[in-house]
Write a protein that binds this ligand. Sequence first.
Ligand SMILES: Nc1nc2c(ncn2[C@@H]2O[C@H](COP(=O)(O)OP(=O)(O)OP(=O)(O)O)[C@@H](O)[C@H]2O)c(=O)[nH]1
Ligand SMILES: [Mg+2]
Length: 418
Amino acid sequence: MQRAVLVGANLGDPGFEKSMEELEGLAQACDIEPVDTVVQKLETLNAGYYIGMGKVKEIKILVDMYGADTVIFNDELSPSQIRNLEEALGCTIMDRTGLILEIFARRAKTREAKLQVETANLQYMLPRLVGLRKSLEQQAGGVGTTNRGAGEKLLELNRRQIQNRISRLNAELDEISAQRNTQRKQRKKTGIPIVSLVGYTNAGKSTIMNALLEETNSEQDKKVFEKDMLFATLETSVRRITLPDKKAFLLTDTVGFIDKLPHNLVKAFRSTLEEACEADLIIHVVDCSDKDYRRQIEVTERTLKEIGVWGIPIIYALNKADKLDIKPASERPDSVYISAKYRTGLDTLLGLIKKRLFGNYVRCNMLIPYKDGDVVSYLNQNANIIRTEYDGDGTRLSLELRESDFNRFKKFVVSRHK
Ligand SMILES: Nc1nc2c(ncn2[C@@H]2O[C@H](COP(=O)(O)OP(=O)(O)OP(=O)(O)O)[C@@H](O)[C@H]2O)c(=O)[nH]1
Ligand SMILES: [Mg+2]
């Protein structure tokens, strides 16, 4: 296992300590063991070494003492800082961005995720190739990480070739994105509303997806992966949730957000993240037991804005409520305390979803001639049938259905409830 010393420069940002804890979580998610943490309070960053030269020497002692092979900085370093630090410390230097890219590289499973990660990686590596070339020469046969492996391959290419590769990857991604768009349009056409789970990484989005599948007895065999780990989910999954009264919606689970999510990744993952832009309703999942949850809400809202989510109604699912002794009254109207793990509050959450999605349901009575039996079976599948009677003229239904279906079958309507 790789062993790493973590380094942060405290410039007085109130979220600093939390982001150092997060860096530890990121290292672990990457199978790197953090052996020690070094923090320096600074007014301004050092252009050459990021931190002060005295601190660099201190870190060198720690690296030797622990036999660490990596030093991880809680920020994005410039190419020349990486080069200088590698020279001074004689080991692998990673920054926060590189670490996040490394996690994504290890987790990516689908073709799309892999292409997205490779694109982001190449864009990140391109300006850093000089330093990389040098450091690889220094430590031939050194500790390989996925990124470093990719780096070695890159060294055989020149700048122009890398840029060409980025263009080719982007073209392939555009193609996949177009397919995704078509799928999305088809989904839209069915008229089934789409609900997207979004939120900070590890907030419990995937656990909520599974809990709602269980609660409503929908697609039980299609549970998604949930784990106490940053970026457990990288892919988008869509599941159909059918409520007892036959109303249905599609629920999507996707990649989580984090503070300082590398810009290249946001760009590369845009099409995955765009699922959220098309939703009829967003469930913003918050880990309310985390003392830092306000900042996480801000980060999530900022990221949503960045990917162009605008004007979609939001419900706040304040998750992990089981870990709270007192639940403060929420400042937000559309919010609900839940515990996805212990399955509490899910009823209320479903109630809020229903109110938002199906507020425009219509109650009416219909008379459907026997020759139009297919309409009856469609409605049995897609509407909430309250009463069915058969008489000489056809099937008489008293039912509740989507406005779009009401308009579609208007000719069968006998009366509409106000
Ligand atoms: N105590 C408690 N733990 C929970 C609750 N919901 C989820 N968890 C735990 O939190 C961890 C993360 O859950 P996930 O559902 O994987 O979180 P996620 O938001 O999908 O995370 P990423 O996919 O990594 O962005 C898991 O260990 C869950 O068991 C809850 O209500 N209470
Ligand atoms: Mg997940």
